[in-house]
Ligand binder design. Structure first.
Ligand code: MLT
Length: 404
């Protein structure tokens, strides 16, 4: 019989959002008429921007002609999109188009990036944490056990109300650090000074920061950095992940990118230095064939003036929901975080978070995400996502208020 990867046996249960979907489906089986409103997984509900749809159609038409047909594209992404990203998202930050790798998702990239790092590195993740960072390290064999909601072998950086869910560097050395701002799940945003502390730590420790900026477009506060590369020294120690998913409605369409600065080096067993950019390029060109041409054209279109306007309109739409959610839970006397520069509102319920999830599912037909699904420090919290229509959010909030 074929033998399985033993590290998968170490994984606890199903992936958080799969477990939630199972619970919702089970509830629907018992109550087929339940009118469920989903404020759980951060999946967008607004359509693709019109400019993207038009660009995608034009690109599909091109592919239907002998003259303009394209086969395999560059594994790293087409130049037109890499250039648009460098010019618009990284203007003044000294990021070259060829430091940008187009992909089918930030979730995939954060997991895939582990391919190019040594097995025996030490890894620090925040807690609460986007579960992908943890689970992919477990799959890669970095966990030696599981106790009380934590894997032995990983370092957890605790986020609490006392530090506003922005952990500080550990006192000892770690090799790899995951940071996510605006944070999923807490919605916390880090200031320039707070990120500078992390960059200085990484430079001092020779560590690498994997910076997940999938939600940067939701930042409205001008003092909050949108990219780790706004921080002095970050180009020598950080890789940044971004996505068109939440920004422009690409959760199903799939397009994202990862910025790997050319100056970063990784050492082999003999201390010889290798370019991280070259390693990632080697990985991508071997295991990935790029994102489809029509999708990359659709992503490029959001950098046009009309595309920017359409994206801004969608972001404001979701952020109005976030405000409604914040106001409603605060009216009920709950402490909450996020929802200002982020589409997630993190709420302290003080009770077992799966029971709270069940209560809202069974009594209000509303799906939220239990905080403990993001780690031990999430117990006693829930996350409500702003991705839905105004009508559904208002409706859900009325139902939640009744159920509380
Ligand atoms: C979330 O709800 O945390 C996100 O939608 C998950 C993801 O982006 O993969």
């Amino acid at each position: 019989m074929i033998k399985m990867n033993p590290h998968f046996a170490m994984l606890t249960s199903s992936y958080l959002f799969s477990r939630i979907a199972e619970k919702v489906n089970e509830h629907l089986k018992q109550n087929p008429d339940a009118d469920i409103i989903k404020l759980g997984i951060g999946d967008v509900t607004r359509s693709l921007p019109e400019v993207s749809v038009k660009a995608m159609k034009r690109a599909a038409d091109e592919l239907g002609t002998e003259k303009a047909f394209r086969g395999y594209g560059p594994e790293q992404g087409y130049d037109f999109l890499r250039k648009a990203i460098a010019e618009h998202d990284y203007r003044g930050l000294d990021i070259e188009p060829d430091e940008i790798f187009i992909s089918d998702g930030a979730k995939c990239d954060t997991g895939n990036f582990l391919d190019i790092l040594a097995h025996d590195i030490s890894v620090a993740v925040p807690d609460p944490v986007y579960p992908v960072y943890v689970d992919t390290n477990v799959m890669a064999g970095r966990a030696t056990g599981y106790h009380h909601g934590r894997y032995e072998g990983l370092r957890y950086l605790e986020g609490t109300p006392d530090n506003d869910f922005i952990p500080t560097p550990p006192s000892d050395r770690v090799d790899l650090i995951y940071l996510c701002f605006p944070n999923n799940p807490t919605g916390a945003v880090a200031t320039r000074d707070q990120l500078q502390v992390w960059v200085d730590y990484a430079l001092g420790a020779g560590a690498l920061i994997l910076f997940d900026a999938a939600y940067e477009r939701f930042i409205s506060d001008r003092n909050i950095p949108r990219s780790i590369f706004e921080i002095k020294g970050a180009k020598e120690c950080a890789v940044e992940f971004r996505s068109f998913s939440k920004t422009a409605g690409f959760t199903g369409t799939r397009c994202a990118f990862t910025v790997v600065p050319k100056v970063i080096r990784a050492a082999d067993d003999h201390g010889k230095r290798h370019s991280l950019h070259a390693l990632w390029n080697r990985r991508q060109s071997t295991k990935f064939n790029g994102v489809s041409y029509p999708v990359q054209r659709a992503a490029e279109a959001i950098y046009s003036p009309e595309g920017k306007r359409e994206v801004d309109e969608r972001i404001s739409y979701y952020m109005r929901n976030a405000r409604l959610i914040r106001d409603a839970v605060q009216r009920h006397g709950y402490n909450c975080w996020g929802g200002r520069n982020s589409p997630y509102v993190w709420i302290e319920t003080g009770t077992d978070s799966w029971s709270f999830f069940d209560r809202l599912l069974y009594e209000a037909s509303v799906v939220i995400t239990p905080g403990v699904g993001f780690g031990r420090m999430g117990e006693g919290f829930i996350r409500i996502s702003a991705f839905n229509s105004h009508e559904n959010v208002e409706h859900a909030l009325r139902r939640i208020e009744k159920a509380l």
